[in-house]
Design a protein around this ligand. Structure first.
Ligand SMILES: [Ca+2]
Ligand SMILES: [Ca+2]
Ligand SMILES: [Ca+2]
Length: 207
């Protein structure tokens, strides 16, 4: 899932808790009230579709899946608590921190993914909304092979928790590789620069 939103750029999840600060939450609440054009302290699926279409690249079907997942109490609308959770997930994805988010909020994410409340996540359940955390089908199948220790084709909370812990190692590795790549690029650019402007670079060294 890709996110393009100037509004969300104003927010960042707290590094420690992966939630919004109180101030940011109150700004988000104002925004929620603006979306809630009928003044019902809730947004329905049509309002949600328009909002998600404007800031993500998800399809209509995917957006409705997300709506059903977030409507935890099954009321047919999203209240602010449910919307707040979505905002935190969107922010985690925007900042490439979705794996940390899963790790930090493994119980919440587990309950979100376990759509039928069976205390187990099936591959189908994971696939229904996995795109929200940037998991594609292949990755999800691999993940079940690796973490379904009991072999019942489902992840219980213990198994999911192991996955969530591994998730963070994976994210750290991805972050490390990205940093290495950036540093290499920078070094290469500096070397090229030095080649093109030998005088400038030698004066740099003197300075
Ligand atoms: Ca609801
Ligand atoms: Ca389930
Ligand atoms: Ca299992």
């Amino acid at each position: 899932m890709k996110i393009r939103s100037k509004f969300l750029d104003l927010f960042h999840l707290n590094e420690k808790y992966f939630l919004l600060t109180a101030r940011e939450a109150s700004i988000l609440f104002e925004f929620f009230k603006a979306l809630d054009i009928r003044d019902e302290m809730a947004i329905d699926d049509v309002q949600f579709l328009a909002f998600m279409k404007s800031i993500t690249d998800l399809s209509r079907k995917q957006i409705y899946n997300v709506f059903d997942m977030l409507d935890i109490d099954g009321s047919g609308v999203l209240d602010f608590d449910e919307f707040y959770l979505l905002a935190c997930i969107l922010l985690a994805v925007k900042d490439n921190k979705e794996k940390q988010f899963i790790h930090r909020h493994s119980r919440t994410v587990f309950e979100l993914l376990d759509e039928d409340g069976s205390n187990n996540i099936s591959a189908e359940e994971f696939e229904t909304v996995g795109f929200l955390f940037n998991f594609d089908k292949g990755t999800i199948r691999g993940l079940f092979n690796e973490f379904d220790v009991s072999g019942d084709q489902e992840l219980n909370y213990q198994e999911f928790k192991m996955f969530a812990m591994a998730c963070i190692d994976k994210q750290n590795e991805v972050d490390r590789k990205r940093k290495e790549k950036e540093e290499k690029k920078r070094a290469k650019a500096a070397a090229l620069d030095a080649e093109e402007n030998p005088r400038a670079s030698s004066s740099c060294v003197i300075l």
